[in-house]
Ligand binder design. Structure first.
Ligand SMILES: CC(C)(COP(=O)(O)OP(=O)(O)OC[C@H]1O[C@@H](n2cnc3c(N)ncnc32)[C@H](O)[C@@H]1OP(=O)(O)O)[C@@H](O)C(=O)NCCC(=O)NCCS
Length: 331
């Protein structure tokens, strides 16, 4: 018997109904469908329009979808981890509310924030708890209401982001499937290029910060692009190399959906063909913490037990990394 590993045993997802297409964005800012499509690969994104609903609304929907599909008893879930850059409230963990609402009455919970790498890092946390033998059922949710922090008069950011949520359940596996290896990195110099300036402890909210639009995402797109391309490609190649994986061994690349050109560069560096690259950026844009689980949600039926998946992400901070995971079930 192989050592106990931590595997994904169920997947759920949710995206809001409202579709914000490139065509509609053309009426809001000085942009056009052709520019957005060729520079990013995005055609449309989903926006949570319901009033007074935050990230938890989508996280709960994704978790409920997983519970319904898998039949897992929420009372048996030990830990609920919500990966998000847009919590419901600055203080009071979104995860605590989500856990209560889905009936995870015996769980503890907290949020994890690492910008677009939140879900990837969450996979590391969730699997470590299980590999240690301490817990048996960990629900990891990636959810973001990016529309709550985007300036829809800024054409350099409003075309990129969307709202959504995805959830996965991690459980012990004694066939050696699930999490195999990871390589996670950060570089704090990156925060000048991608940030929300105000609303934190350095610059608390004031009339001035609102007037100056400092509560919205600021991004130096060119610099972020450069770092993202080289770092995502480097870590993905590294994780293949140190696990002795050839391009034929890799069944799927599961890349953060920030920009199709970044995804293509990563796949090229790994030598992986386009038909092995999960992609839904055209429909959802960049949903930050939700991109990776929404890919699993969309591709679940095509995944086979034993498939080798390479996850890769890059985000604000900077934060980035790659995880090698063996898929554990046939749908
Ligand atoms: C944002 C991004 C799509 C911009 O693409 P780019 O090719 O770098 O474009 P640039 O920023 O160099 O802008 C090129 C020109 O297009 C213009 N432009 C910017 N946004 C535009 C838009 N939505 N529509 C039309 N033109 C636009 C710029 O003003 C610039 O014009 P100029 O040459 O006259 O100054 C790209 O930099 C990117 O994807 N960066 C990484 C984003 C990311 O991954 N973020 C999340 C990290 S997880």
């Amino acid at each position: 018997m192989k050592k106990q590993t931590a595997a994904i045993t169920a997947v759920g997802g949710y995206v809001p109904d409202f579709v914000l297409s490139n065509k509609v964005l053309e009426t809001m800012v000085d942009t056009n469908d052709e520019w957005i499509t060729t520079r990013t690969g995005i055609k449309e994104r989903r926006i949570l329009k319901e009033e007074n609903k935050g990230t938890s609304y989508m996280a709960i929907k994704a978790a409920e979808d997983l519970i319904k599909k898998s039949g897992v008893d929420p009372a048996e879930i030990d830990f609920v981890l919500v990966a998000t850059a847009t919590p419901d409230l600055p203080v009071a963990a979104t995860a605590a509310y989500v856990a209560s609402e889905i009936g995870a009455v015996n769980a503890f919970s907290y949020d994890l924030q690492a910008a677009c790498s939140s879900f990837l890092y969450g996979m590391s946390t969730a699997t470590s708890y299980i590999e240690s033998g301490r817990y048996k059922k960990v629900l990891l949710i990636g959810a973001d209401k990016m529309s709550s922090i985007i300036d829809y008069t800024d054409r350099t950011t409003c075309i990129i982001f969307g709202d959504g949520a995805g959830a996965v359940l991690f459980e012990p596996n004694d066939e050696g499937l699930g999490h195999q290896d990871e390589y996670l990195r950060t570089d704090g110099c990156g925060r000048q290029f991608l940030k929300i300036e105000a609303g934190g402890s350095i610059l608390p909210a004031s009339e001035e910060t609102v007037k100056n639009k400092q509560h919205y995402v600021y991004q130096d797109g060119k610099s972020v692009f450069k770092f993202a391309v080289s770092n995502m490609a480097d870590v993905s190649a590294l994780i293949m190399e140190r696990n002795g994986l050839t391009k034929e061994d890799v069944n799927w690349l599961v890349p953060h959906q920030a920009n199709k050109r970044i995804i293509d560069a990563t796949a090229n560096r790994m030598g992986v063909d386009a038909d092995k690259v999960m992609m839904n950026i055209q429909r959802y844009g960049n949903t930050t913490s939700a991109t990776l689980p929404l890919l699993l949600y969309d591709y679940e039926k095509q995944l086979k037990k034993g498939d080798n998946l390479i996850f890769a992400a890059f985000g604000g901070g900077f934060t980035w990394g790659s995880i090698y995971l063996k898929w554990a079930y046939n749908s």
